[in-house]
Design a protein around this ligand. Sequence first.
Ligand SMILES: *Cc1c(COP(=O)(O)O)cnc(C)c1O
Length: 399
Amino acid sequence: MLSRRFLLKTLAAVPGLAAMFSSTRAVASVGDSHPRDYFKELGVRTFINAAGTYTALTSSLMTEEVKQAFLYASTQYVNLNELHDRIGERLAQLLRCEAAMVTSGAASAITLGAAGVLTGLDPDKINRIPADLSSMKSEVIIQKSHRVGYDHAIRNTGIRLVEVETRADLERAISPATAMFWFLNYAGPVGKIKDREFVALGKQYGIPTFNDCAADVPPVENLWKYTEMGFDLVAFSGGKGLRGPQSTGLLLGRKDLILAARANAAPNGNTIGRGMKVNKEEMLALLLAVESYLAKDFTAEWALWEQQVLYIHQVVSGLPGVTTEIHIPEIANHVPSIRLFLDPAKVKVTPDQLRLALRNGHPSIETVGGSESLDMTTWMLHPGEERIVARRIKEIILT
Ligand SMILES: *Cc1c(COP(=O)(O)O)cnc(C)c1O
């Protein structure tokens, strides 16, 4: 089913869409300009990424500006703390918040942010976490529906998670041990306490609030929306939509808390963050990723993604037993996405078998979904690759 609203939005947004689409062409195979094909030498298969920014699939490709910055940084020595300071200041300016730091992924931003809340600048406390939290607060309150596979990043600091569902539960759960309230942005709509109310509760009780927005650009304004809303700390991945190095992240927010997070981070030894080192190349490259992200033509980019989704829809929706659904997730991975449903009476393969055949075919194509559907996004495709994806799906289903 093709949403009418989706189509209208596409056609209205970009008058020159057809021209733009016809100008996209299949890219030369990556690595053409390189004398050695390292992945091939290692026997590691590369693929077309129709899945999206999945960590285990190496997420996103760095932009040209990012690669240039990375190489530039690799040619000279600097003082790492000084670079960290300057990049933090520049990021805070660009992202309209009080302070910022580059971390080694959003997961590390969560650990370091929580560590900073616990220890402040106290070297003894910094040394003692996570095993000994005496004379520190020790609990983080979280909505039950916001518990995900990433909350280990908070528990790394030694704190205990306290689950609540309603506002009344939360107010009852607050005690002298409460260090922080933690919010998972993409679960916002399913939690009983919404973002603004959550922030207000933090302010009312004088407890810092943290919002995990790791996969939540686009839209670009999310980069400042939640710090401006009043969250004390906000985390983003650097290597998802921002297309910085995959192992980078952003911690944004209150200056005192960012300073405390820095005190728990590399290059300081004997800290919880010493193993979450960010090198000068990654640090500078993430700054350039943010700069180039802010300068992007979002309308044109969105139109390209939509057009790629529409192309796949047009090719595969005519196949016997195939129906498609085009959708845009509300918060995380908020990009045009397509889902294929296969009628078992008419199609010989199940979604799982189709996914496997795409992966094992030539070229290899990665998609996601479950036993019910095959799911794809186009934002991590090179322009033109949507044709290969559509053709391969058609071939597999028709043979
Ligand atoms: C990806 C993700 C993380 C981890 O981000 P990294 O940058 O890979 O460390 C944390 N939380 C959520 C919700 C995510 O999607």
